[in-house]
Design a protein around this ligand. Structure first.
Ligand code: C5P
Length: 222
């Protein structure tokens, strides 16, 4: 039987990739499967929490007791997450949000850009998306706990530590995205965990379901 140590807690989780449409059929995205966030959602639910997931395009079907808002683009995810945040006790941003979105071509985002209407390859211009985690951090109240992820290719600790302070997090979970067995679209993850008290832990390569369970364990002792 699962411990009911998250009973009554309202937990918001963003997960999956975002998809940034350029025209009617083309988009920018990344290989996020949503597994890390889905594992966190199911683990929190099993431990008694009331869970609200804001999911970018992914294939998960969640248990009916988990509330799911499905979104496509970063701006939509931003709006949904910010809407629910004031009612939540915790949020965990596990989504791989696209930092940039294409500026729509002259034909407009609702139409297909046609080769025959162009002189050569078109140039795609990008503009910045809002940072969801940063916004939740800015609006965080004393009783609220905020968890972020950091997908990195270099040294984990300095980048995790910067993210923790800049985004006003209570916990940051950093993983490498350029090694096998970790990061995007892998069933396992090897992470570094850094909390607001400066405690650092390196966890070995574990199934994402196990990493999720340990993240909630870690929060109990924060
Ligand atoms: O700054 P960086 O994008 O590396 O931070 C990663 C963390 O920020 C993740 O928790 C991710 O879900 C969150 N994030 C977000 N909105 C963005 C970009 C990142 O919530 N636009």
């Amino acid at each position: 039987l699962s411990p009911q140590d998250m009973a009554g807690k309202r937990v918001l989780i963003t997960l999956g990739p975002t998809r940034e449409y350029w025209d009617a059929i083309r988009y920018l995205s990344n290989p996020s499967s949503g597994l890390m966030g889905a594992s966190l959602a199911v683990a929190a639910w099993m431990r008694g929490a009331q869970v609200h997931v804001v999911a970018g395009p992914c294939s998960f079907v969640f248990p009916p007791s988990i509330r799911v808002t499905r979104v496509v683009g970063a701006r939509e995810m931003f709006a949904a997450a910010n809407d629910f945040w004031p009612e939540a006790d915790m949020a965990c941003c596990a989504a791989a949000v696209c930092d940039f979105r294409p500026v729509p071509p002259p034909c407009g985002i609702g139409n297909k850009l046609k080769k025959r209407d162009l002189d050569g390859p078109p140039v795609m211009e990008l503009e910045a998306n809002p940072d969801i985690l940063r916004s939740l951090g800015q609006n965080k109240r004393d009783h609220q706990t905020l968890i972020g992820f950091a997908a990195e290719t270099g040294d984990l600790l300095p980048q995790a530590s910067l993210k923790l302070t800049e985004k006003r997090l209570d916990l940051v979970v950093a993983n490498k995205v350029n090694v096998p067995g970790s990061g995007f679209d892998a069933p396992t993850n090897a992470v570094l965990v850094l909390d607001r008290n400066g405690r650092v832990e390196h966890w070995p390569e574990l199934p994402k379901t196990e990493v999720a369970w340990r993240i909630w364990d870690h929060l109990q002792h924060l």
